[in-house]
Design a protein around this ligand. Sequence first.
Ligand code: SF4
Ligand code: SF4
Ligand code: FES
Length: 218
Amino acid sequence: MERYVYINDRPVVWEDEKNILELARKAHIDIPTFCYHSDLSLYGACRLCMVEVEGRGLVTSCSTAPFEGMKIKTHTEQILKLRKTIVEMLLANHDQECPKCSRANDCKLRDISNRLSIDKVRFRRTRQAKPKDLGSECLVRDPNKCVLCGDCVRFCSEIQGIGAIDFAARGQNVSVAAAYGKSLAQVDCINCGQCAAVCPTGAIVVKSHIPQTWEVIH
Ligand code: SF4
Ligand code: SF4
Ligand code: FES
């Protein structure tokens, strides 16, 4: 017998989806996320994926298991306000040099901001700006564009089995960094580039060698 949940009053068949987010995606309902990656362990930190469950209130859809007959709202006024606030706080701490960023046309932060119609940021920067890590032959890490989703940390450790990067410090000073504040070039990084591939912003990007190539050509 089929089991159902109700998302925005629409019945959705619940098969083996382990959380509300996957059910919503199956129903083509767009819930923004930063820290959910189906191949990685659950992190549940960005809170962007909040939805409202009847009888329970607001929950993170990526970490909440469905139950039969569950009634879920994904885009109430309260939820949209909450998502906007979260994204504005991220933008307040983000180096907004989009025209110069190599991820300008493929940035999840920019995309979600547009989808939420964010045209101004009401908050001030709370995190101190940090220097870029330019030491690696292959990658550039810019902590000032990091949204702290942790995808790179979990990918490097859980899939690649390396653990070259991790969260450093806590509270307002939290950041993602190579061990002991070193450069990626000085730790066990194998330059596989998987952290750059999962990064939703320009916080880790593949280093461009175009200027050097032009120099050689000329
Ligand atoms: S390039 Fe590979 S090994 Fe280096 S930090 Fe990124 S995921 Fe880890
Ligand atoms: S560097 Fe990118 S993938 Fe890693 S935590 Fe920051 S935003 Fe997420
Ligand atoms: S995607 Fe659910 S908390 Fe980040």
